[in-house]
Ligand binder design. Sequence first.
Ligand SMILES: Nc1ncnc2c1ncn2[C@@H]1O[C@H](COP(=O)(O)OP(=O)(O)OP(=O)(O)O)[C@@H](O)[C@H]1O
Ligand SMILES: [Mg+2]
Length: 265
Amino acid sequence: MLLELRNVTIPTEDKKCVIVNNISFGIKEKSIHAIIGPNGSGKSTLAYTIMGLENYKISQGQILFDGKDISDMNITERAKLGITLAWQEPARIDGLSVLKYISLGMKDKLNLVKQVSETLKIVNLEPERYINRKIDESLSGGERKRIELAAAIAMKPRLIILDEPSAGLDFIVIEDFMNIFAKIKKLDMTVLLITHREDVGLVAEYGTLLWRGDHIITDEFPKVMLRYCAKAGLREFCKRTLYKNGAACFDEDYIERIFREESTS
Ligand SMILES: Nc1ncnc2c1ncn2[C@@H]1O[C@H](COP(=O)(O)OP(=O)(O)OP(=O)(O)O)[C@@H](O)[C@H]1O
Ligand SMILES: [Mg+2]
């Protein structure tokens, strides 16, 4: 496991309430792992805690990265180990050229233009059209998101955490997103994808379902998705997404059994 959470509890900043309650699961190296769950289930809190943001401290348990306990490390120390969070505070980067912005976090600055161009291709932006653009309001929401993702990829982190803000992926169509992730997969990075759009999670091999701060299941993504649908009562949505995308091959009986189990539990 590249990242392992052991009995992690995350309280609110004032320590009066628990947001994430005693959860344990692992993320395999070089996998794409999605965390899903309804609004308010604790996904972002978990992402910020793994990243090591100031106001997110665990009150119980351990976070291990590559076998090493990082629970007491701050964000800078964790970043040095190769943990990166993308899609955060996009406003900070206003005014830089795309080339400059993407190259900021690159370790190896040789053949910069070539490297940045390759990274832009991963996120399906044509390098010659974008490399000299300024990052400002003239970029569309989707272009901006792609550029932010490209910048995170360019850092070559070992673990990249993508917390998609609610409106975020509406800018990128699902087929495009799948295509981008197929390319990311070849880069040998580990990706933790946090999403409220459960169908988007289908790019992931593994998943974790959080429910009001509790850990429900960690497994292959389609199984996690099925449990989510059963808990949320989304039978039609489940059949539509899990069948049509061909990502999983559950038969009707199996789906009905999981829905029954959930309704009686
Ligand atoms: N500082 C805080 N103080 C009190 N409650 C908080 C604090 N931060 C988060 N919460 C609560 O913790 C819960 C989990 O929030 P979080 O943002 O992690 O959910 P989420 O799963 O990312 O939701 P969404 O899908 O809406 O992004 C929410 O009920 C939220 O209101
Ligand atoms: Mg969130």
